[in-house]
Write a new protein. Sequence first.
Length: 516
Amino acid sequence: MREETHELLDAKITLHDKHRFEVKLDVVLAPGRKNVYRVETYFFVPRALNLSANTYSKNDFYASAQEYIRFRTPHMSLALLGDAANRLSPLHGVHRKLLPLMAGQHDKKLIDLALDEMKLLAAIARAAMRDFARHLLGELEQISKGEAAAARLDPVREKGLAFAAEVKSFTEAMHFLSGQASNPVLPASLRDAFRCCDEYLNLTFEDYLTILLHALREHPEAAEKLSALDAELVKLILAQREHGRAMGYPSIMQDSGRNELMVYRRGVLKKFVSSALHLQVESSEWEDVTQFLHGLAAGAALLFAAAVSLYARNRYVTDSMPFVAIVFIAYIFKDRIKDWLKLHFSKGMTRWLPDRRVSIKDPITGERIGFFKEAFSFVPPGQVPAEINLRRNADNFTTMDQEGKPERVMKYEKEVTLDPKAVLKFHERRKDLNDIMRFSIDHFLRQADNPAEDHPHLSDDGKQLEVLRCSRVYHVNMVIRYTSQGSSGKPEVSYERVRIVFNRKGIVRLEEVSVT
């Protein structure tokens, strides 16, 4: 789907749930210079959904969008992660910081750094488990397709057994740390933090190991060659469960019941651990400029009404019908002028003034590492760039398609500036970033029709008249333009096209549309 490959950017668009999708941009920081990239997203929305500048405001858009900027999870194998002598492993960092704390040096900064290392340890371990599970599942999928199945089984078994040994070794290192981190000399906040990180890993490890075991058992033809791996996975899963029970964790899944606490607890623990990667975003007072311009619009409209009233008073007596009629008409035009100017300012602001300017700060150091500016507006059809229209219409069957599916165009633009020096100054492991936008289509659903309708249908043999149920869906097409500066100093531009197919109940699917 991608027309050009970026040195610095890599985007993924995925379905998050029935009402939300997610655009995730992986950003590789280029050292030595400011990194600037721009993302322009054009939404082509069916007019039937009645979204316009009058019914869907900037505030509606920003309320529908959740934005996160976070460090990408560093990559490290479980073997290196569980090696306390490895200087880059957070396990090494936790041990180093626990020693002075156990000696009574309860410095707040030291406690915060130890807490950060604990969270980072859990985040990296979870990513290592996830990445290996994905790799092994991919291998098993190729085996199921019959692609050199016999030749692949031995490597899968060996890789699986080697990884199982890494998991066992890492969990043993965590259990040793558990003894240190539960020492009552340590602050209660650290003891609780370690239990949270350990409980989170206990949950996620059991989940991924169970997924792998299930995938193995879906291949009975390979049962004999993979039996040793099957047995190791079972041992690891039961060991994780036993550890959770011994520690008294509340997130143990029960055979009966709704397991509501387990699901809730998992969400809480995930947010706690991932906070080691999330950056702070702080909105500036840039929004006040928007309010000032809207105030100008209201002031200009009021000035018009006052001028007309003054003219009418000088021309007619105040108790005459002409005076009343002129003032009445001026009042009507005052509101229309105010609304027109507000819309005009809103459109113009995307070109020369953003809606918001947001600072990006490192939560550990408190230093600003960058900022982003963003703006939203409706774009008149004649002002949509030709290269965007070209990609939007690339899969039209005929030239009549455009007239048969009238659309309104919304544009969201974000420009991000990052300072790699401010990041690399304090971080060896957390360097690159994820720029994530999660978007809700709830506003799009308000005027959608019923998700299905019945149609009479005559069978092919002409004997039976039957009623067939037909689905009604809507298409919102997104064309995204990514712009960044490559190592050569020249702008790199790439495009992506995604179709969001949904009905009144929510998103049905996302479709990638090739535009090459």
